[in-house]
Design a binder for this molecule. Sequence first.
Ligand code: ADP
Ligand code: MG
Length: 444
Amino acid sequence: MCRQWFSELEPLGISNGAMRVRVGSPVQEGYLQRQCAAQFNEALQAATGRLIPVLFVRNGEHAAATSTRTHPALGTICDDVVISPDHSFENFVVGPDNRLAHAAALAVANAPGQAYNPLFIHGGVGLGKTHLLQAVCQQVLNESPDVTILYVSCERFTSLFIDSVQNGQCGAFRHRFRDLDVLVIDDIHFLANRDRTQEEFFHTFNTLHQARKQIILSSDAKPDEIPDLEERLVSRFNWGLVAEITAPCYETRLAIVAKKTKMRGLHLDDEIIEYIAATVDRNIRELEGAITRIQGHAMLGDGTIDLALAQRALGVTQRDAPRALTIPTIADAVITHYDVKLTDLQSKRRQRSITLPRQVCMYLARKHTRHSLVEIGGYFGGRDHTTVMHAVQAMEDRQRLYEQIRRDVSAIEAALAIHTRPEQRQAHAPSLDDSAEHDTQHQR
Ligand code: ADP
Ligand code: MG
């Protein structure tokens, strides 16, 4: 019986980092997932040399979405880049950082040549420019398959132009780039410094624009900040809509991680999703890389993904992971500064040479960690919370009164590099469990 199942399985292809295989029934899906996933994964790894998990999907699930999006005409619109079916509007997570670019791209896709012309999308690497451009291409072709659309990278445009000049085939080049309904050029900033190509592109632009044909461009900088771009091009790029994509905020990152893991068939606890979104904050490509690394680590083990695994997976390459300030770290810095011993700080001794450093510790711990008064007192010799409150108050008074104490405190804070990375202080700290009463007393 099982043998027959296997011959009925239909591979749907690899997308979003997973191999999708269509199965007939929920029973088959459950069985395959439980009993055969490991063998499929191994076979895929052997065949591709990559860690690609298998996902069993039933008719009407992810399968439908995957297959309808593979448009037969796509291959004809570009010959140097493959338009990825993953780069669709459905797969694009909208957040405050890309909302305008997304809305504009959608408007243009639904009415090429009528909404904004040109549409100019700019932003740093890995923020979704290519994704949006390709989403427009797919949407246009899905809506109206007879539209002629050309999607090329700027390098491709440049090299085709240079070839055409050398081969005396400028006519063919012009026909190719001007008899179009939609022209999409990715990374147009590479036009910089190429005078003849800029000249040619200028005429291409004018011809298309006058004929009300849609032009869509992406760039790593806004038009007037692209070095060595002719003024007449700068002004044309500003004719339509210029939309910037900025680095994703935490909420956008959270939504992206949730979506991408779901697309890959990974089931991660919220805690882990939050950890990834909090740790990887530069761009979306790195976010995807982080998910892939975690997936890879999981597949080397037994497949379960917990927080410790995620931390291991990301720890390897996360050079500047947030450094949490802990009570022991603070104590170390104070010990070095005053040349005292930890055992003294934790003892009952009450000489001023010990009580002052101990109070500095309590004050800094209160100021720079989110530990409770009780926890801080506990660490320094089991003292109660009123002692810590007193220490904090005393330190604040003394800093106002004594220059030397102020200097001591700032030297220790400097040693802890507090002033340089203030935003990271609370990243891994435990939550407050003090009563509100204590808090209000100590927040000024
Ligand atoms: P850029 O062209 O700006 O350098 P890409 O479009 O290549 O960036 O995006 C990098 C990766 O991040 C791609 O895999 C893309 O699918 C993904 N990505 C970017 N923005 C989003 C988003 N808003 N939602 C989902 N995936 C995104
Ligand atoms: Mg790109």
